[in-house]
Design a protein around this ligand. Structure first.
Ligand code: AKG
Length: 269
């Protein structure tokens, strides 16, 4: 499905606002209840503590490493996290926002920006994903209240429509390149001013985005993300080594031109 079809389908078809097709991101407040967040936070932070393999001090890491602790596909490794990730309400919101009947999970990832953690460079997620769709969407949900100084997301509105592709992974180079590109194109930069635990933003895989640093001295910006794809999404031929790695890690042995419908990518709603 193209963005134009998405736009037509989402008009008046969802209880949420309809910004995704136009702006490339949208905000849904209170998508998780306080009980769900409380339990999810316990399970996810314990799993991150157990599974994160980055133990160097911030000062010894590169820009990507300073941005957050990243642990992927926690649902495969912890039954408590699986319960959180398989929340049918989150998936239904993703499906509603995309205007599709069914969504599958591509993968989840915890993104914990530590106190003093650096900014997340500007980038496009599709650089990493061997997926033949314009409609992969990330739900980005803080498990604690997050203020602007803790590293909220910023989006270049409408940038998903250009599907501008680079060969730049998340890095100082991607940051410099996309900062310039966003400026030249005149995209408006927007994002939430603050998020409560259990609110979530959703952004498309082509939307150029970044996040600020965590200036808070003692609070981790604990965020859980879930990436959804419409049921029926074909796998694309990997365009770079990162996409090859994703093909091997997240698609359960399926190959390019096959559908992303392995047991690692179940229907979520
Ligand atoms: O959490 C962050 O700082 C960045 C997250 C991000 O880039 C994403 O979820 O696509």
């Amino acid at each position: 499905m193209t963005i134009e079809t998405l736009k037509a389908k989402t008009i008046a078809s969802t209880p949420h606002d309809h910004c995704l097709a136009e702006k490339g991101w949208t905000l849904v407040r209170g998508i998780a209840s306080s009980k769900e967040v409380e339990q999810g936070r316990k399970d996810i932070s314990a799993a991150v503590e157990r599974l994160a393999n980055e133990h160097r001090p911030l000062g010894d890491r590169d820009t990507y490493g300073k941005a957050f602790l990243q642990v992927t596909n926690l649902w495969r490794q912890d039954p408590g996290v699986k319960e959180f990730v398989f929340n049918g309400g989150f998936a239904q919101a993703a499906a509603d926002i995309l205007g599709v009947a069914r969504v599958r999970i591509y993968h989840d990832q915890a993104l914990f920006k530590e106190p003093g953690g650096g900014p997340t460079p500007w980038h496009q997620d599709m650089y990493y994903w061997p997926l033949a769709t314009e409609m992969a969407v990330t739900m980005w949900m803080p498990l604690v209240d997050v203020t602007a100084d803790m590293g909220l997301m910023r989006f270049a509105e409408g940038s998903h429509k250009d599907q501008h592709r680079t060969d730049l992974e998340i890095s100082d180079e991607s940051n410099a390149y996309y900062s310039r590109f966003v400026n030249e194109k005149g995209y408006r930069i927007s994002g939430p001013d603050n998020l409560k635990a259990g609110d979530a933003t959703f952004h498309l895989g082509w939307t150029i985005h970044s996040a600020g640093p965590n200036h808070n001295a003692d609070r981790i910006r604990e965020v859980m993300t879930i990436i959804y794809i419409p049921d029926g999404t074909p796998i694309a031929k990997p365009a770079n080594p990162h996409q090859q790695a994703d093909l091997e890690a997240f698609l359960g042995g399926r190959q390019p031109d096959e559908l992303a419908d392995s047991e690692m990518n179940p229907i979520m709603n």
